[in-house]
Design a protein around this ligand. Structure first.
Ligand code: NAD
Ligand code: LMR
Length: 342
C-alpha cells in the first residue's frame, strides 16, 4: 500500500521554492511509492498593493500559479496542492515543513542583518507547527539567518521534540565538497567526511582538517595548507555573497538542491562510511551550550534516526574557527532573546 506524505513549503511564491517544488512532488525525494500532498504558504494579499512593474504579481498569486504548474506536470506521485495564507492550514497534518519564507539579503548585507525582519516570522510559525503538524513532523529552516530562525521556531514550538528541528547547512556542505573536488581534480563523490560546523554565515567552519579525498586525509592530497586556510575557507564562507554579486539575487537553484538533499538524507539515510552536515539543536556536543542550533556532522539511518558524529578533533586553526562561529551564534541568540519564551 502506498504512503502519503504532507509537505508544507513556506515562501512558496519565492525563487528558492520555485526551484524546489517540482522535485518534492516528483517522487525524487519520498520515492515512487509515496504520494505527496503539498501545502504552499504565502503572505496574505495586500488590497492596496501597486505592482512595481507590469509583470509583478503578489506572492500568493505566484504560489497559485506554481500550484497550476505542479498539477500540469502530471506527476504520478502528486496527490494534491493546497495554497493558503493561513499558517494553521498550511501546517495541518504535515510530516515535513520546509520554512523558506523570509526576506533574502541583498548586496553588502550579512545574513544576521535579516534577524530583525525575519526572526519574528518564526515565532508564529513555531507555534502553528506545534498546534497543527503531524506527530512525526520534521522541520527544515532555510530562511535566513536560518540557525537563529530555527532557534526561535523551536523555542516557540517546544511541544515538538528537539531532534525534529533542523536548519540548513547542506548547501554549504555541497559547496565545501565541490571546492575540494575542483582543487584536487577528482569527482565530487571522492570527497567525504566534510563538515560545516556552526552557523550558516561567514563564520562557518568548513572543516577540511577532518575531510577525506579518495579515503585519504584531504590535507595529504591538497598539501597547500595556505590555500586551504586563506582561499578555501573564505570561499566557502562567502559563497552566498559571491552568488548575490553575480546574479543580483541570492542562490536559488543550489539552495533548493541543498534543501532537497537534506530531506533526502533524513528520509533515506546517509551513505555508509560518510556523513552530512546539518544544524540541529545541540545537547552540548563538542562543548556547544545545549539548546543552540549549531551545524554538526550527522549520520542518519534508514528510519530517519540521526546522531552527531563524535570524537572528531581540531588543530589550532580548527579550534579558533570553531570558537568564532560559536561566539557568533551566542550573539545572535542574545539578539533574539525577546522572541524566546522563558
Ligand atoms: P524570495 O524573496 O524570492 O522569496 C521569499 C518568499 O517568502 C516571498 O514570496 C515572500 O512573500 C515569502 N514570505 C515572507 N514572509 C513569509 C511568511 N511569514 N510566510 C510565508 N511566506 C513568507 O526569497 P528566496 O530567494 O526564495 O529566499 C528565501 C529565504 O531563503 C531567504 O531568507 C534567503 O536568504 C534564504 N536562503 C537560505 C539558504 C540557506 O542555505 N540556508 C540558501 C538560499 C536562500
Ligand atoms: C546562500 O548561502 O546562498 C544563502 O544563504 C543566501 C545568502 O544570503 O547568501
Amino acid at each position: 500500500m502506498s504512503k502519503t506524505v504532507r509537505v508544507a513549503v513556506t515562501g512558496a511564491g519565492g525563487q528558492v521554492s520555485y526551484a524546489m517544488l517540482a522535485r518534492l512532488a516528483s517522487g525524487e525525494v519520498f520515492g515512487d511509492d509515496t504520494k505527496v500532498i503539498l501545502h504552499l504558504l504565502e503572505i496574505p494579499k495586500k488590497p492596496d498593493w501597486t505592482p512595481p512593474n507590469p509583470t509583478a504579481r503578489q506572492p500568493l498569486d505566484i504560489a497559485e500559479g506554481n500550484a497550476m504548474e505542479l498539477l500540469d506536470c502530471g506527476f504520478p506521485t502528486l496527490l494534491d496542492v493546497v495554497v493558503t495564507d493561513d499558517a494553521n492550514k498550511a501546517f495541518n497534518g504535515v510530516n515535513w515543513a520546509l520554512l523558506v519564507g523570509a526576506a533574502p539579503r541583498g548586496p553588502g548585507m550579512e545574513r544576521k542583518d535579516l534577524l530583525g525582519l525575519n526572526g519574528k516570522i518564526f515565532v508564529g510559525q513555531g507555534k502553528a507547527l506545534a498546534k497543527n503538524a503531524a506527530s512525526d513532523v520534521r522541520i527544515l529552516i532555510v530562511g535566513n539567518p536560518c540557525n537563529t530562525n530555527c532557534l526561535v521556531a523551536y523555542h516557540n514550538g517546544k511541544e515538538i521534540p528537539a531532534d525534529r528541528w533542523h536548519a540548513m547547512t547542506r548547501l554549504d556542505h555541497n559547496r565545501a565538497v565541490s571546492a575540494l573536488a575542483v582543487k584536487a581534480g577528482v569527482p565530487n563523490a571522492a570527497v567525504t567526511s566534510v563538515t560545516i560546523w556552526g552557523n550558516h554565515s561567514n563564520t562557518q567552519f568548513p572543516d577540511f582538517t577532518n575531510a577525506k579525498i579518495n579515503g585519504k586525509p584531504a590535507t595529504e592530497v591538497i598539501t597547500d595548507r595556505a590555500w586551504l586556510e586563506t582561499t578555501y575557507v573564505p570561499q566557502c564562507q562567502n559563497r552566498g555573497a559571491a552568488i548575490i554579486k553575480a546574479r543580483g539575487l541570492s542562490s536559488a537553484l543550489s539552495a533548493a538542491n541543498g534543501a532537497i538533499d537534506h530531506v533526502k538524507s533524513f528520509v533515506r539515510g546517509t551513505p555508509a562510511g560518510d556523513w552530512t552536515s546539518a544544524a540541529v539543536v545541540s545537547k552540548g556536543e563538542y562543548g556547544v551550550p545545549a539548546g543552540l542550533v549549531f551545524g554538526y556532522p550527522v549520520t542518519i539511518d534508514k528510519s530517519s534516526n540521526w546522531k552527531i558524529i563524535d570524537g572528531l578533533s581540531f588543530d589550532a586553526f580548527g579550534k579558533a574557527a570553531f570558537q568564532k562561529t560559536l561566539t557568533e551564534l551566542l550573539e545572535e541568540k542574545d539578539a533574539v532573546k525577546d522572541l524566546l519564551p522563558g
